[in-house]
Design a protein around this ligand. Structure first.
Ligand code: DGL
Length: 269
């Protein structure tokens, strides 16, 4: 098998990274994807950088063993803590979600006052601030951890009063600073976007890094001559979970926007 027909590996702490798979499918329709969701060890958000790095290394080892030609880290927390390490650790190209999200935000902002929301780990890492300041050193970044959003999304509470109340509280410092752009710095938040758009001040743009990450994956594959040759029919993806594949099957469709036929179980660590 030539290198370009090898699959693209995508991983996340759980199911949320399927929002990135959805965009890769749209922008790179011939790519075969192996998706690994670490459902046994989710959430990564509250875990230490060292732990998230260890998990990320184990998943990267497994994906490379399966013959992937590139790895997309769809998890914001894993990108924030482990991207530089992974880029040194494996020989295939590694694409994360933070830089693409920061780029999309800076393309959109007019005031250079930008909000970032994410898990506790992502926000504590300062990864978004660094990525934004690398583009525009004078930008003002208001970052806020929103740890209650992930469980609310997993429960499917996308448009409930309780979720709106929590969101108002989380977004208050961003509204006070008058951000004109908010980066949804977590795999789960795009599902809250319709509700967040109603709560944010009029005109505030919400940035979902999935589309920009897929675009970066496409650029990387083109640069390295790794784009899959066109195939007849949709390529067969593999979905792998480290625990509870049935839950993945049920909830995954909400994130992927399409049915999933089968989920394999692989235990790591
Ligand atoms: N995938 C994580 C992220 O994007 C959210 C879920 C978790 O905390 O593991 O940061």
């Amino acid at each position: 098998m030539s290198e370009s027909s090898a699959p693209v590996g995508v991983f996340d702490s759980g199911i949320g990274g399927l929002t990135v798979v959805r965009e890769i499918e749209r922008q790179l329709p011939h790519e075969r994807i192996i998706y690994f969701g670490d459902t046994a060890r989710v959430p990564y958000g509250p875990k230490s950088p060292e732990t998230v790095q260890r998990y990320s290394r184990e998943i990267a080892d497994w994906l490379v063993g399966e013959g992937v030609k590139a790895i997309v880290v769809a998890c914001n927390t894993a990108t924030a803590h482990a991207l530089p390490m992974l880029r040194e650790y494996v020989t295939v190209p590694v694409i994360g979600v933070v830089e693409p999200g920061a780029r999309a935000a800076m393309r959109n902002t007019i005031s250079n006052v930008v909000g970032v929301i994410g898990t506790a780990g992502t926000i504590a890492s300062g990864a978004y601030e660094r990525a934004i300041h690398a583009i525009e050193p004078r930008a003002m970044v208001i970052a806020r951890a929103c740890p209650l959003f992930v469980p609310l999304v997993e429960e499917g509470w996308l448009d409930r009063d309780a979720t709106r109340l929590i969101a108002r509280e989380y977004l208050e410092p961003l509204a006070e600073a008058q951000v004109d752009t908010i980066v949804l710095g977590c795999t789960h938040y795009p599902l809250l976007a319709p509700m967040l758009a109603k709560i944010a001040r009029p005109g505030v743009q919400l940035i979902d890094s999935a589309a920009e990450t897929a675009a970066e994956t496409r650029r990387t594959l083109i640069q390295r001559n790794l784009v899959a040759p066109s195939s007849n029919g949709a390529p067969a993806h593999r979905f792998v979970a480290s625990d509870d594949p049935d839950h993945f099957l049920r909830v995954g469709q909400r994130f992927l926007g399409a049915a999933i036929d089968r989920v394999e179980k692989v235990t790591l660590g």
